[in-house]
Design a protein around this ligand. Structure first.
Ligand code: 3PG
Length: 395
């Protein structure tokens, strides 16, 4: 695919798809990470003489104008990140949008209203895509985290204008390729989270591609059940035990070693500081639940990390939101961070909960790459082609 360096941007209006779908509370952006990550692209477009017109969605208004989902809300955070005034258009297409674009000078940045206010966005309607495309001369997609959606502003428009990947899109694709596409081996994947049922495709794809698969979180309980182990009141999908057994069998055939917890931290209550005990993985009391992996499991994880060259991480190992059940996640994250700092490991992580857990462990700055994507990261881990990325490929 093309990058910003491949297109002539001088004096052109560059329709730039970004993902500024950030968390907001009481009208304030509470985490501006996604906004900060698009700064390089916007600046580089300006440095090449282009005028960035930002296209983005916010939340899920389902094709209607919902005032509480107006992108106006991100303007102050965007101005702070860019260090300049950001113009805003109440419409993403039509006369008002055209006039807002016509008023732009070099050095300006314009943000258009939420593309999801228009029904044609999510249906990838050709007429709607053409109406956005009509506003500019070039298209840059910097929204890897929205690339799993085949929408007009992520997919349709890329077929109508000269198109390129922005810097963040480039960095995401490069990091993900280094983790799973053509990685340095051995590769270890850490997959956690609550449910096996939501990560079946992901596990199926990973066992074909990685050398070690460490399973943690609630989904590890389902794997324990699959081996005939009682897990008391733990979260587990008992109806998925057969599927878990199949995954274990397939992994053997594919040369992937699956690592399950060997010891666990159990408690009778799910609350911060609850009285707890560490027991062998097959010794969860009937009236207790597993809330974290234990220290022997962490020691095993360290060993696997030490043997590996590449780590890909999605999902926490325990109930990381509440101490002390964040211990295994924190310890494993810190070990990954240390090995990365020492140049021994390439570490890539993604997914909403995962990034929150790594931030909480204070190690996100040490990972080789942390994806800004949630759903798109998961679909990519499932081995799926992302429509927004496919549309950028040279034709
Ligand atoms: C995200 O937050 O993962 C992206 O912005 C995509 O949002 P969506 O799940 O509403 O399409």
């Amino acid at each position: 695919f093309n990058t910003i360096d491949d297109l002539d941007l001088d004096g052109k209006v560059v329709l730039t798809r970004v993902d500024v779908n950030v968390p907001v509370e009481n009208g304030q952006v509470t985490d501006a990470t996604r906004i900060e990550k698009i700064v390089e692209t916007v600046k580089d477009i300006q440095a090449k003489g282009g005028i960035p017109v930002l296209l983005a969605h916010f939340d899920r208004p389902k094709g209607q104008r919902v005032e509480s989902m107006s992108l106006k809300i991100v303007v102050p955070a965007l101005e702070k990140a860019l260090g300049q005034h950001v113009k805003f258009s109440d419409e993403a297409i039509g006369g008002p949008a055209k006039r807002a674009v016509a008023d732009l000078k070099r050095g300006d940045v314009l943000l258009l209203e939420n593309t999801r206010f228009y029904p044609g966005e999510e249906t990838n309607d050709a007429t709607f895509a053409a109406s956005i495309a009509a506003l500019g001369q070039v298209y840059v997609n910097d929204a890897f985290s929205a690339a799993h959606r085949a929408h007009a502003s992520t997919e349709g428009i890329a077929r109508l204008l000269p198109a390129a990947a922005g810097r963040l899109m480039e960095a995401e694709l490069k990091a993900l390729d280094a983790a799973l596409g053509s990685p340095q081996r051995p590769v270890v994947a850490v997959v956690g989270g609550a449910k096996v049922s939501t990560k079946l495709d992901l596990l199926g794809n990973l066992i074909e591609k990685v050398d070690h698969l460490i399973i943690g979180g609630g989904m590890a309980n389902t794997f324990l059940v699959a081996q005939g182990i009682e897990v008391g009141k733990s979260l587990a999908e008992r109806d998925m035990a057969g599927t878990a057994r199949e995954i274990i069998e397939k992994a053997k055939g594919a040369g992937c070693t699956i690592h399950l917890p060997v010891d666990v931290v159990v408690a009778r209550e799910f609350k911060a500081g609850a009285e707890n005990a560490t027991v062998a993985a097959n010794a969860c009391p009937e009236d207790a639940m597993i809330l974290d992996a234990g220290p022997a499991t962490v020691a095993k994880i360290r060993e696997v990390f030490a043997q590996s060259r590449t780590l890909i991480w999605n999902g926490p190992l325990g109930a990381f939101e509440i101490a002390p059940f964040d211990a295994a996640t924190n310890a494993a994250a810190q070990e990954a961070a240390r090995l990365t700092r020492e140049g021994k490991l390439i570490s890539v992580a993604g997914g909403g909960d995962t990034v929150a857990a790594l931030n909480k462990a204070g190690v996100s700055g040490d990972f080789t790459f942390i994806s800004t994507a949630g759903g798109a990261f998961l679909e990519w881990m499932e081995g799926k082609d992302l429509p927004g990325v496919l549309a950028l490929q040279k034709r």
